[in-house]
Design a protein around this ligand. Sequence first.
Ligand code: NDP
Length: 283
Amino acid sequence: MAYIIDGKQISQDIKNELREKVTQFKENGKNIALAVVQIGNDPASSVYVNNKKKACEFVGIRSVAYELPEETQQDELLKLIDDLNADHSIHGILVQLPLPKHMNENAIINRISPLKDVDGFHPQNVGALCIGQPGFVSCTPAGIIQLLKRSDIEIAGKECVIIGRSNIVGKPMSLLLLAENATVTIAHSKTENLMEVCKRADILIAAVGRPKMFTKEYVKEGAVVIDVGIHRLESGKLCGDVDYDDVLSICSAITPVPGGVGPMTIAMLMNNCVESLKLQHME
Ligand code: NDP
């Protein structure tokens, strides 16, 4: 029977640990604050933003909300980012994506100070990850490394196949696994013989955004399966990129959806906020 990797519990453990650290910081007069900027009121974004605020409250981080209307101009947002960059009482800046179509996502991400970029999306942080220097790491892949480590799953020397090469999941995931001494393959929509490539994996990480695409035909017997995808079916139930019920009989461990990778993303955001104190004092 496959081991079910409990992301909910592991994320709670991490938040408990962070809460203790933050309490100690507060005792030494150091308070952490995260600015959360949302443009428009996309319902999915509002859910994510609320969950982030709740996590901040639990951990003891002050969250400062900026809710701007959909028609906000890019210059206004850039000005707000400049102000937050200069504000010493703010340690992390999070601009909830996706942005309205009239804004250039890269221009916004690039304007956030790399020292406050708790999402880990700024090119300087991506570059630092690439060459193994300190910086913020994208939360979802960082959370997956924690899931593996805290479940005592060996990474070093293993064949890891990631399907998906996005800037926020697939690419940073590959760099983190490489840093853990895995042998890494990144597959994508142009990969030939995808099934064969996936079947090589000791650790298979699915991040394509296609509901239940990965059936047991893609999975080597005994592999560890990490499902990043998240989709709401017509029935209202959530599912991932992996056909969970089908794969369960063949893998050795698997993350469920919900309750796998999802909760880890917010836990690692909290971790990055705590790390921001350290990074900002390295200069
Ligand atoms: P993107 O859409 O940015 O990237 C998807 C990737 O999958 C691309 O690299 C694409 O290839 C590849 N792909 C798409 N279809 C296929 C296919 N048929 N065969 C092989 N590769 C394919 O997605 P994200 O990385 O942003 O997200 C992936 C999934 O993870 C989504 O379901 C998203 O909702 C979820 N997600 C969950 C998070 C969480 O906290 N749980 C956080 C972030 C994302 P190509 O580059 O060639 O187009």
